[in-house]
Design a protein around this ligand. Sequence first.
Ligand SMILES: [Zn+2]
Length: 258
Amino acid sequence: MGIYIVPQLSDNFAYLVVDDSSKEAAIVDCAEADKVIAAARAHGVKLTSVLTTHWHPDHSGGNEDIAAKIPGIHIYGARAEGGRIPALSNPVDDGGTVRIGKLEGRVIGIPAHTNGHVAYHFPALNAVFTGDTMFIGGCGRVFEGKAATMVESLARLAALPDSTAVYCGHEYTEKNLRFALTLEPNNLALRAKHDAAVKARAAGKWTVPSTIGDEKQINPFLRTDSAELRTSLKKIDPSLSDDRVALFAKARELKDRY
Ligand SMILES: [Zn+2]
């Protein structure tokens, strides 16, 4: 079993997920079909599925092309995206399952960035693919839902076991962690994660994956309970209460302008 990073466009990640027993593989998000097909060939696996996290073109723009080049490939994606996922052949819903050979993944509905955004959780790989909902040290912009929807979606991901590896949709880690440090400058775990990310990027390496346990310690959008984070936000906006959604929304608003 393996998970391989397939860089797409300028800072997108697609992931090749392989079932070793059958040598079947799926790609999580496809923007550039040719790169995905080349990666599958390099790893000697048969691409049978595309698992689309959400409709945005940098995550689904290669679907038509890959469907044309690999006839019969299954294109999974959320029914709740309302028909905006190109070449969708296998609509899924929250709680549904996807299969790659003998490997089984669970669909987790995590709306807010888009109305039908989903994550794919593979218990046997101890990994979750979070698209543009949870980033390392950050979260996606709230385009189609409300702040409360995003808080709930992030909580669903945070409820996975701490050891779960987090594979997100973009390499945004350094900037996310720089922003996070403006709110929690004394969070030592956050500082360490930031320093590790800077080092990794300087060495030309990716920062994925993180883990759910790490994210709970360093991701400001999961840390509305942190006293330091609350104090920082209230210093910026004294009208803020301890309401978690309001705290989240303020942090998100600050990040949008960061
Ligand atoms: Zn997106």
